[in-house]
Design a protein around this ligand. Structure first.
Ligand SMILES: [Zn+2]
Length: 401
């Protein structure tokens, strides 16, 4: 079969690899009909997240049709359409039974404390061959596959493999309640769906911060109030728009590879106050060097903004991706303002069935954020365009039908 394979930093290829097979009784093989490219995949291609094993198939989002089932996968028939959950969970350990599927004790072959297991990731996450391929082996398929209700398209379902549940989870972590003013940091695909999720969970107002005009335009299509960090100080604007109080809930959907605000005109024409404001925005670019986080380096701008713009006693939900050795967080300010902070990898299996139902009934449609429909044969060119952050490239699907 054809698959997108990681060979080295900056070196990925679409090539012929052996077909996957059922290896154990809890496995299934799925013929993939739609996959997608995620920002996380770009980290692996660029090397900003290290540790990939050469030969690993990339991709952690898929919709497909069941081809073959192990003897202990009793909830599907060949021919069923399914969403594959990005993270892999056994379905029987104490963590899975409590709904903490991303902290499964069993799925990661490196041990119970090795971290979240998922498709197409670094060696420490399994590794498991990913889903940008014609076929995939799905371990613990009874738990990791979810049947697609009639009427839900591939285009809708592919967004429920990873990013819609992650956005929903971000709003849950931030404890969004009825009437809340919610700020989402980052208007990438996950941030957009976190904004949609916050509204569905009862938010009174949803504000979204980004530096990219296309993404802010997309956010306005779903009636989020947009803030351009290249044009204004997002902390000041949030305070101004909320009567000085700040946001009840902040969802941080940026992570470690934040784009820095561009130095504005004030830096050039000598307006000292504006220059200070810009300096404060621009300075803390992340400490990623040669693909490794440098501990003790400048803290993430997005985390600092989150703490600064939250109301006293507010809540921050962090779904942006940080490496495990990242240890820079403005804790003093958070502590002194009684903030609640929750963070983590999405427990996909916990949210996927409910989101499929919401999409099936028409209560939600995540497809406004799907900007690019590509096909597997052009996957490498799609990676390159996505990596250049070409205007309008928010989310890329890879169709195989
Ligand atoms: Zn488990």
């Amino acid at each position: 079969m054809k698959a997108v394979v990681w060979h080295d930093v900056g070196k990925i290829a679409l090539e012929q690899v052996p077909d996957p097979a059922v290896r154990g009784p809890q496995d299934a093989v799925v013929r993939i009909t739609t996959s997608a490219i995620c920002g996380t995949d770009l980290h692996f291609a660029r090397g900003t997240v290290p540790g990939m094993r050469p030969g690993t198939v990339l991709g952690h989002e898929a919709v497909g049709v069941v081809e073959e089932l192990g003897t202990q996968v009793r909830n599907f028939n060949p021919g069923d359409r399914v969403v594959v959950c990005s993270t892999i969970a056994c379905g029987h350990c104490v963590y899975c039974r409590a709904g903490y599927f991303a902290q499964c004790d069993v799925a990661n072959p490196n041990g119970p404390n090795a971290g979240t297991a998922y498709f197409g990731g670094p060696a420490a996450t399994g590794p498991f061959d990913g889903l940008q391929a014609e076929f995939a082996r799905i371990p613990y398929a009874h738990t990791g596959m979810v049947a697609i209700p009639p009427g839900v398209t591939d285009e809708q379902a592919i967004l429920i493999s990873d990013i819609f549940p992650t956005g929903w989870f971000g709003a849950r972590l931030a404890q969004v309640r009825s009437g809340d003013v919610v700020v989402v940091l980052g208007a990438g695909p996950v941030g957009q769906l976190a904004a949609l999720s916050a509204r569905m969970q009862g938010a009174g107002r949803v504000l979204i911060v980004d530096g990219n005009a296309d993404r802010l335009e997309t956010a306005r299509l779903q009636n989020a109030e947009t803030i351009d960090f290249n044009a204004e100080d997002p902390v000041e604007v949030v305070r101004e728009l909320t009567g000085g109080v700040g946001a009840d809930r902040v969802i941080e959907a940026v992570g470690v590879d934040a784009e820095s605000p561009k130095a504005g005109p004030a830096a050039r024409d000598g307006d000292q106050a504006a220059f200070e404001r810009e300096r404060r925005q621009v300075a803390p670019r992340t400490g990623v060097e040669d693909g490794h986080w440098v501990p003790g380096d400048a803290p993430s701008q997005a985390l600092r903004w989150a703490v600064e713009m939250a109301a006293k006693a507010g809540t921050i939900g962090i779904i942006g991706v940080y490496p495990s050795n990242f240890d820079s967080f403005p804790l003093g300010m958070a502590m002194n303002r009684n903030l609640t902070i929750q963070a983590g990898n999405c427990h996909h299996r916990h949210y996927v069935p409910g989101l499929l139902s919401k999409v099936a009934t028409g209560a939600a449609d995540p497809t406004t954020i799907l900007t690019q429909h590509e096909e597997l044969p052009t996957a490498i060119a799609a990676y390159e365009a996505f990596d250049r952050r070409e205007p309008g490239w928010t989310k890329v699907s890879l169709e195989l039908m």
